[in-house]
Design a protein around this ligand. Structure first.
Ligand code: HEM
Length: 561
């Protein structure tokens, strides 16, 4: 702790540090921006006498840290290693460098292009399963549906595994094992005695973890063995492999050679396959679930996205590679959701060299850094009104005004997310096909409790309802003529009379014309909404006398007495 004395921070318990302040009740993430008000840029947080993080929540501090290829911390990533091995996510040094170079071609545009059709097919299976909820108006557990969909799509795209996990998840031992592993790793983070390897190993959960690892590894080994056989065997088989519709990630892994013509060992390939299986589905599932939630909370943005998507798809029931670059508004909404709800809310580093920040303070070598992506994305010195969903923040002219390290859902620098284009494509496909078919509605009584569990999840679900978009549009189309100007015209006098009654009581008068202006403006939204709207407009006018005066002058000019 003494090494970090240049960095004051929130007071903690003398023995337990700040551990007891993280209550796992959905409020933990918002503590960072709150503490950040008193401790700008960075502050230390202690989880146990040995585990002290320097939490960083400002772009200027994050920049020099992410510019390095330094190792990950040995707390956050350790519990994953028995499962995903020394894959790209956790490895460091020369090994990381060599693997990253070998794997980068696997994310080239030419490789990603044919994946879009596979992603669309996986999304459609999920959306078909939602028909029952649209019919019955039930809320449902979104994350589970979405994560099965993203698992299905990564298995098909990356490994050409013809899984039917979305419809047969209960019977597939590999899918069950992946689910079990995600659950048990999360549990291990939460239960402090399980941080000790021996205690966890001897516990029933440790036993379940080993059993699930074994099932996952057996599956991965089998997939690799079969493909290696195909690639190594006779010419005919190679031709068959090439006849496949697309080159998958496993082909790239098996064929990758460095300058010395050295490929990856079986163990290294398995680590990468397991890493991509995990990183490639849980993160995008979180991203997509929170985007759906953001859309439901912001129906006007949802509708704008839908109109943009309908225009691009022009009646098609699917989305193609070429369409993905033609939906800029939807892309801005996806980015705004990634800002407000970053799927990977925090990442860790261990400094191999000291870093001196712009303000002269130094974090020493060996210091464990918690890069709080959620804190950066909600830092009020960087983002105006960070709690407000505003996709226009991502207009190119607004982005240009910010530090590139202000928005880092995929991290940044040499160890940024290798799968970010894959992920953005998958999110666009899922959002486009969902909004094409359904309207997402928020359950008004439900407030999700955000919790970091490797990825950002909700403790109590997202509380979403879906309604059949076609039915909604049909009803809307039938009802729209009821709001034609010709129908509305005679209502104006009626409304003016109602408004006059109100005004008379208050001995304050607006002219008929002024009332008509209000009526015209707020006609469409029913009575409760207009009552709310008008009351708040009057309130805004009262709070802003200079604007009130400007309006008055404008109205007087138009009415000319
Ligand atoms: C919305 C979806 C995703 C988000 C928000 C996300 C975010 C991130 C972040 C923040 C990191 C840095 C981790 C760290 O420094 O510890 C990372 C690394 C990584 N991601 Fe993603 N990711 C997403 C999807 C994917 C997908 C789809 C794949 C694979 C298909 C993938 C593969 C990886 C790998 C292998 C790394 C380690 C890269 C390295 O250290 O060189 N990610 N991701």
């Amino acid at each position: 702790m003494r090494a970090l004395e240049q960095f004051p921070g929130p007071p903690g318990h003398w023995l337990l540090g700040h551990a007891t302040q993280f209550k796992q009740d959905g409020t933990d993430l918002d503590k960072i921006p709150k503490w950040g008000e008193h401790y700008p840029f960075a502050f230390p947080i202690q989880f146990s006498p040995e585990i002290i993080f320097l939490f960083v929540h400002h772009p200027s501090y994050v920049k020099p840290i992410l510019a390095t290829t330094g190792p990950k911390d040995d707390f956050g990533y350790r519990f994953l290693i028995p499962w995903i091995g020394q894959g790209l996510l956790v490895t460091a040094g020369q090994k990381w460098f060599r693997h990253r170079r070998l794997l980068t071609p696997g994310f080239h545009y030419d490789i990603l292009k044919p994946y879009v059709n596979i992603m669309a097919d996986s999304a459609k299976v999920m959306l078909d399963k939602w028909e029952v909820y649209a019919r019955t108006g039930q809320t449902f557990e979104l994350f589970q549906h979405v994560s099965l969909m993203t698992l299905d799509s990564i298995m098909k795209c990356a490994f050409s595994c013809q899984s039917s996990c979305q419809t047969e998840s209960k019977n597939n031992p590999y899918i069950k094992a992946v689910y079990e592993l995600c659950y048990l790793v999360n549990l291990r983070y939460r239960v402090f005695p399980y941080h000790n390897d021996i205690i966890f190993h001897l516990s029933p959960h440790g036993y379940r973890y080993r059993r699930a690892c074994k099932i996952a590894h057996t599956h991965t080994d089998e997939v690799i063995r079969e493909r290696r056989e195909i690639l190594n065997n006779n010419k005919k088989n190679q031709d068959d492999a090439q006849k496949k519709r697309y080159l998958d990630f496993l082909d790239i892994l098996l064929c990758a050679l460095d300058e010395q013509q050295q490929g990856l060992s079986d163990e290294a390939i398995r680590a990468e396959v397991d890493t991509f299986m995990f990183e490639g589905h849980d993160t995008t599932a979180s991203g997509i679930s929170w985007i759906f939630y953001s859309m439901a909370c912001n129906p006007e943005h949802q509708q704008k996205c839908r109109e943009e998507i309908q225009q691009v798809l022009m009646g098609k029931d699917t989305i193609e590679w070429e369409d993905l670059s033609k939906i800029p508004y939807t892309t801005m909404c996806i980015k705004e959701s990634l800002r407000m709800y970053p799927p990977v809310p925090e990442i860790g580093r261990m400094l191999s060299k000291p870093i001196t920040f712009f303000d002269g303070r130094t974090a020493p070598a060996g210091c464990v850094i918690g890069i709080n992506i959620y804190g950066i994305h909600h830092n009020p010195t960087v983002w105006e009104n960070p709690k407000v969903f505003d996709p226009l923040r991502f207009l190119p002219e607004n982005t240009a005004k910010r530090s590139p390290h202000a928005f880092v859902p995929f991290s940044a620098g040499p160890r940024n997310c290798i799968g970010q284009n894959f992920a953005m494509n998958e999110m666009k496909v899922a959002v486009a096909l969902t909004l094409r078919k359904y309207v997402l509605i928020k359950d008004p009584d439900h407030i999700p409790k955000m919790i970091p569990r490797l990825v950002l999840r909700s403790l109590n679900g997202q509380g979403l309802l879906v309604t059949d978009g076609q039915k909604w549009f049909r009803h809307r189309r039938l009802l729209t003529p009821g709001f034609h100007y010709d129908i509305l015209k005679p209502y104006v006098n009626l409304m003016a009379d109602s408004a006059k009654v109100m005004l008379d009581e208050q001995q304050q008068g607006l002219s008929d014309e002024a009332i008509r202006t209000e009526v015209d403006t707020f006609m469409f939204e029913g009575h409760d909404t207009t009552a709310s709207g008008i009351s708040w407009i009057f309130y805004s006018m009262a709070c802003n006398p200079e604007h009130q005066q400007k309006c008055r002058e404008e109205i007087q000019q138009v009415l000319m007495g």
